[in-house]
Design a binder for this molecule. Sequence first.
Ligand code: 3NM
Length: 219
Amino acid sequence: MARIASEEMKQRLKVYFIMGSVNCKKPPLEALTEAIDGGITLFQFREKGSGALVGEQKYELAKQLQAICQKRGIPFIVNDDVELALAIDADGVHIGQDDEDARIVREKIGDKILGVSAHNLEEAQAAVAAGADYIGVGPIYPTKSKADAKQAQGPGIIRLLRDHGIAIPIVGIGGITAENAGEVMSAGADGVSVISAIASASSPLLATKQLAQAVFNNE
Ligand code: 3NM
């Protein structure tokens, strides 16, 4: 298997849904199925925060969510758990700045997709050098989904990275909704990643459709 091509990565990032059991209003398998029906292009299993599953239960939920993704042709990314990603042969791994070093993760996962969170130009350049396939940039807007999130930076951070030569696929993260997704895309992002806009919606299906429409209207 070869590394994912940059163009394909950009298409996959358009509507990127991130979720763990603590984020969902509906049962996780139901929320994911609705999100896929609504048009997500990529999925990340992020089992974090107070009350998150661990051990065997985390593994079982990962397997069940992965099976849904596989059936529907949606790549399955694991947040910050390289061992789990390798154990279930996930399509990729996403890591933050406080997680394992990106170069070491790249060595461990071979050609699987590697996403890295970056909050400024220095982190973005380091992620590129370490072999990231995409960077997640945020928080763009205030978020309630990450306890230790930094201060919101606005979409201008994405424009700044583009103006300083960061050419790899970028996905915005943090407080993104159907209402503000357009300005994230206009700032130079290839896509948007969300937790609550889909997971906390009473209808993940409808919420995803609205988000996808905002993204594809502003490509
Ligand atoms: N990472 P919501 S913000 C997981 O800034 C995550 O790196 C962030 O959730 C970062 O769409 C964030 O509900 C939470 O705001 C995103």
